[in-house]
Design a protein around this ligand. Sequence first.
Ligand code: IPD
Ligand code: CA
Ligand code: CA
Length: 261
Amino acid sequence: MQNRYDFVVDLAREAGEKVLKAREKHIEISTKNNDPKDIVTNVDVEISEFISGKIRESFPNEAIYSEEATGEDISSGTFWAIDPVDGTALFSRNIPHFSVVIAYVEGGVPNVGSIFNPVTKELFGFEKGRGAYLNGKQIHVSNVTDLNQAHVFLRAGRKKELWDWGANAYRFLLEHANKTANFGSSALDICFVASGRIEASIYGNLTTIDIAAALGVLKEAGGILICKNGQEINTLSKEKQTIMAANNRDIVNALTAGIKF
Ligand code: IPD
Ligand code: CA
Ligand code: CA
């Protein structure tokens, strides 16, 4: 059987190059989930089909979850998880911060995965128990422990109920963090935490299953993922959650002192 790590690395690269080629042609933008702000393009759907097809060729009969497809039974917890384009809103406007995200999840835990930004050619990958890598070089979270030295990303999300939460969180970061920003590919952002480029990335409303690969990278790089009540989670969910990816417990404690989890 083909090595799953080599498979996800090669496939993310191949799919990413296809995303770039598709970008040169006309991109059709539409909305989904009855939400005028939830954007999808023809490229998201084409790449989802391409990746699923390749997985079926090499691993027939294995379940596939894709953000842009419906219906396969993944209740066993063992399946492939695909986000064909993470950062679609940016992709649709030619902003070069988006990624192809592929993971193999076993028993609910990300096992191998890759995240590829085809513009920068950066490929993040991980193998459970064997580390996380950026273009083949091992990565680790930063060892910053003071929030006033920390760079923190924040994305409140579109949900009205989270607007005040987001405004308060941003206010807290302006006062206490070193830098704050708001990028638009959660998978890449979380890989930035994993590779020590930033200390934390916070989301008011994020689906974790799509970006299973990034969560694997974070864990293998020594980072932690926090959800409600500041608890650490390993689980992947199709439900949107308030989460934080962080480099260490000191930064989590400093952030949760001012931002409600
Ligand atoms: C989005 C990105 C973004 C996050 C949004 C997601 P998509 O994914 O991950 O960073 O803030 O909540 O929906 O829709 O571009 O795949
Ligand atoms: Ca996504
Ligand atoms: Ca997507």
